[in-house]
Design a protein around this ligand. Structure first.
Ligand SMILES: Cc1ncc(COP(=O)(O)O)c(C=O)c1O
Length: 406
């Protein structure tokens, strides 16, 4: 009898962001250079305070941390949420290996195989991968680049709720759209959750990275306290994705209790990093302010450069550090392969991510890409300039191919 892996193993998706890495590596080995705007891996220096603390760890042993977090770490998160006006108790909080693990635990806590979770598409692919692993169906509410990903009429959300629906996902600010949700939009989604007895999984990884208005959290709506599960992370706001520092915060005892048991099953998150991030969590102001100003300058550079390319429709991000662009070509996957394998300007090309895999609806987003603003403004401008030239060349090549076929 042949050995077979699980349905889960067969169904899980590869990261659409990371799948081009081997192609890029092969091109680099052949001498190509790339302006890399495909992965949301911050290029900004990590806070020196965190690096110093990691380097100066003086312990003679490196023990496990408790699954519920080291007391210093938990207290620092409490202080951080306190500044957002939200009082959390240690039992409301479970540390996780980044928001990626927090997403998985939140999803496992609320949905069984065969259940539905509503989402707005396009959405961060970590949710899609988790849903596939757990046999959960993501039911998309489509947002449209033409109106900068505005929320549709509430009836559009509500009509998708069925007896199998367990939760609604909100990513605020959003990857990939850069949408920063307005208070009324959050309230509208919470009201649906209230009416239809659903949880809301609120991914607030990019909380501070908003270009107008103040950072917020869905935990600050007292009426919906029991429904909201925040999944959070220091990866982006502190530029430390390698520290793997995230958390689940929920005032719902059943949820936080279940998440703590999931956490116990994989023991703990890194001890040294938990200690190292605590001082900055208590006092993130100056570092985060600089980071936000830098991303705003990058957003401006990207949007300005995209606006000059004929036929391109682009989002106008209000937060996070990505821009979605709809290109005047049918298949962004083929175009990205062209960028990696064929297009060169003085030996240099640019990498971006096709986002059809950020949609739950098959076929949507085939002509769209995401640009990650992970290089300084001048480099982003240059990268988007290369994109414009590549589009021209690609268009010319396609017309030539068509002419030959005729
Ligand atoms: C919206 C969103 N959530 C979660 C994550 C996962 O981040 P991490 O696991 O590093 O905290 C990312 C990473 O890009 C993201 O964009």
């Amino acid at each position: 009898m042949p050995l077979t892996v699980s349905d889960r193993a067969r169904n899980v998706i590869a990261s659409p962001i990371r799948k081009y890495v081997p192609l890029i590596k092969a091109a680099e080995e052949a001498g190509a250079e790339f302006i890399k705007l495909h992965i949301g891996d911050p290029d900004l220096d990590a806070p020196p305070r965190i690096l110093r603390a990691i380097r100066s760890y003086a312990g003679k042993t490196l023990p496990y941390a408790p699954s519920s977090g080291l007391p210093e770490h938990v207290a620092a998160w409490q202080a951080y949420y306190g500044k957002l006006g939200v009082a959390i108790a240690p039992s409301d909080f479970v540390p996780t290996a980044g928001c990626a693990e927090a997403i998985q635990m939140a999803m496992m806590a609320v949905a069984d195989p065969g259940d539905d979770i509503l989402c707005f598409e396009p959405l961060y692919t970590g949710f899609k991968a988790a849903a596939r692993m757990f046999g959960v169906n993501l039911v998309p509410v489509p947002l449209d680049i033409a109106d900068n990903f505005a929320l549709p009429a509430i009836a559009e959300i509500e009509k998708r709720v069925t007896p199998k629906t367990k939760a609604i996902i909100v990513i605020n600010p959003d990857n990939p759209t850069g949408k920063a949700w307005r208070k009324e939009e959050l309230e509208a989604v919470l009201a649906v959750a209230g009416r239809r007895n659903l949880f809301v999984i609120s991914d607030e990884t990019y909380r501070e990275i908003v270009f107008k208005g103040k950072p917020s959290t869905m935990l600050s709506f007292p009426r919906y306290r029991d429904r909201v599960i925040v999944v959070d992370s220091l990866s982006k706001r502190f530029s430390v994705p390698g520290a793997r520092m995230g958390c689940v915060v929920s005032f719902n005892r059943d949820v936080s209790g279940a998440v703590l048991k999931f956490a116990m099953a994989r023991l703990s998150t890194p001890t040294i990093e938990q200690l190292a991030v605590a001082p900055l969590l208590r006092d993130p102001g100056a570092y985060v302010k600089k980071v936000v100003a830098e991303y705003k300058a990058r957003r401006d550079a990207a949007v300005g450069a995209l606006a000059k390319i004929p036929g391109v429709v682009h989002g106008r991000p209000e937060g996070a550090f990505y821009v979605v662009a709809k290109l005047p070509i049918p298949d962004a996957d083929a175009f990205v392969r062209f960028l990696i394998q064929d297009f060169r300007k003085d030996g240099v090309s640019v990498t971006v991510t096709p986002i059809k895999d950020f949609y739950a609806t098959p076929g949507r987003g085939a002509d769209e890409i995401r640009i990650a603003l992970v290089r300084p403004p001048a480099v982003i401008k240059k990268g988007i300039g290369l994109l414009a030239q590549a589009l021209k060349e690609y268009g010319a090549e396609r017309s030539r191919d068509k002419a030959v076929k005729r």
